[in-house]
Design a protein around this ligand. Structure first.
Ligand code: MG
Length: 498
């Protein structure tokens, strides 16, 4: 048995029918099982494995979870005065992608590149044509991006978590409703209802939607329904207990760091671990922190408290401790305190999370943690990437031909050929986009340009994969090597033979 097969055997309990998955053949055979590398990382140096919970350890059932969330949000919005028929809106599972930005001035959802170039746009649930994008953004740049992508500004709202996809849908449906409503007249300031002198702007739509979702998440039926029927909302991962046990058996410290409150965390983790194995979920972790308030946790943090597991509430006052105990649950705190109490140091921590800002940007930028971004969208993305070979080849071919023609001195005939090739290139780009998602295309790119989300992933996630399970395909001494990244002057200029 190969080392890799031996490793899988130990972890998964698989034996004779174990497929031979050497690292090299893994890269050829199972793209969805792989971990992809932005920066080289040696697992040998990692002593602490940390996990976020929502959409990381707990994989929510998509699109059921999103459809239910949107339905509850519409119910709350009708309480705020929006029309009752919105509650019957059918959820569009292939509408939203992560990393979109809502332009609160012009009412469009935008997929931008890192510098603010508009790659794709929708007004409501209608995709804007290239010409419409030009009309709305004459330079094709969204100039409001000045304070992005660190957070939000007055005019833009970033949607970068999987919890955000129903919000994108709900805002878009409200924009559709306003555009079609005969009660409201569109003015420069917003949509005006003359009968009662009221004005709705895209900004007020966003604040109403935010309020509705806060009610759904904090006090509404979503959490209570997930807690009552976790099997309806959460995929059970039979590999999870084995993965966590394996890490602990290899003398690695394992911790849970989640923004969810204790009572919710307790139900979800019970469902994922206790119900499956009969062992307490807290036994799978050396340290547990709930209500962490990431990304604040990676800066000043919040008061560090000890949870009374009988009542489920935090004990009054900040917890004074020299160590964190296994089996106990803590709330809040901050990264420096966590490292002080556990002996961890930034670079010996590998943290798994799905939220680009909450989990990955601050942990890496401020504290030097190694980061593993969970990107469930990769499964679909890889499917299109591997299936649509002809389209991608034609696109590369057209870009190459265009480059060659444009580099040559252009006469009128050449200019006409360039125009035709460019038109075909745009058609191919649209066809590729439609294979990913009919509204916004791929989460990661449009044609040759990377999206803002893809750039953030590249910059802050050391490694990424569609699920945490993929780490099990590598030994704990594995060295992840990043593919070489050549600059254009290195990639396109041949070196002289010796
Ligand atoms: Mg999460």
């Amino acid at each position: 048995m190969s080392n890799h097969a031996d490793h899988l055997s130990k972890v998964w309990g698989l034996t004779s029918d174990l497929p031979e998955l050497e690292s090299q053949s893994l890269s050829r055979k199972c793209p969805t099982d792989r971990v992809f590398v932005n920066r080289s990382l040696s697992l040998d140096t990692i002593r602490y494995y940390g996990f976020d919970m929502d959409y990381t350890l707990a994989e929510y059932r998509t699109p059921y979870m999103e459809a239910e969330t949107a339905k509850y949000a519409f119910e709350r919005l009708t309480e705020l005065g929006y029309p009752k028929e919105l509650v019957d809106t059918k959820y569009l599972p292939d509408f939203a992608v992560r990393g979109l930005i809502f332009d609160k001035k012009q009412g469009n959802f935008l997929k931008l590149d890192l510098h603010g170039l508009v790659l794709t746009a929708c007004r409501g649930t209608r995709k804007l044509t290239r010409r419409e994008i030009r009309d709305e953004y004459p330079t094709k740049f969204c100039k409001l991006l000045e304070k992005m992508p660190e957070g939000e500004n007055r005019f833009l709202q970033l949607f970068d978590t999987l919890f955000d996809t129903p919000k994108i849908f709900v805002v878009s449906v409200l924009v559709d409703w306003l555009e079609k409503s005969s009660n409201y007249a569109k003015t420069d300031a917003g949509y005006f209802d003359n009968s009662n002198s009221s004005l709705i702007t895209y900004g007020t739509i966003w604040s109403d939607v935010l309020q509705a979702f806060d009610m759904v998440h904090m006090k509404g039926p979503l959490h209570s329904n997930i807690m009552k029927y976790p099997d309806r909302f959460i995929e059970r991962n039979p590999n999870l207990p084995k993965l966590l046990e394996y890490l602990q058996s290899c003398d690695r410290k394992v911790f849970l760091l989640t923004n969810s409150p204790y009572k919710f965390t307790n139900v979800v983790m019970n469902y994922l671990l206790d119900d499956l194995t009969g062992k307490k979920w807290t036994d799978y972790f050396d340290y547990v922190i709930v209500k962490a308030s990431k990304p604040r946790f990676f800066n000043e943090g919040t008061p560090f408290r000890h949870i009374n597991r009988t009542t489920g509430s935090a004990i009054l006052g900040t917890h004074q401790a020299d160590i964190m105990l296994q089996g106990e649950v803590y709330s809040g705190g901050n990264c420096d305190l966590f490292c002080q109490l556990t002996g961890a140091e930034g670079p010996d921590i590998l943290y798994f999370g799905d939220h680009i800002y909450g989990d990955v940007v601050r942990s890496k930028k401020t504290n030097g943690w190694k980061t593993f971004l969970v990107v469930p969208e990769l499964k679909h993305d890889l499917d299109v990437w591997t299936r649509e070979t002809k389209l991608f080849e034609r696109h590369h071919q057209l870009e190459r031909q265009l480059g060659e023609l444009q580099a040559a001195s252009a006469n009128n005939q050449d200019r006409e050929a360039i125009r035709k090739l460019d038109q075909e290139r745009k058609t191919i780009v649209d066809e590729i986009d439609a294979r990913y998602n009919p509204y916004f295309g791929s989460t990661f790119r449009k044609g040759g340009r990377l999206s803002c989300f893809a750039n953030q992933m590249d910059k802050y996630a050391d490694v990424y994969a569609s699920t945490i399970n993929n780490i099990i395909n590598y030994s704990l001494s594995h060295q992840f090597w990043s593919p070489p990244k050549l600059l254009p002057h290195e990639a396109t200029v041949a070196q002289q033979p010796e």
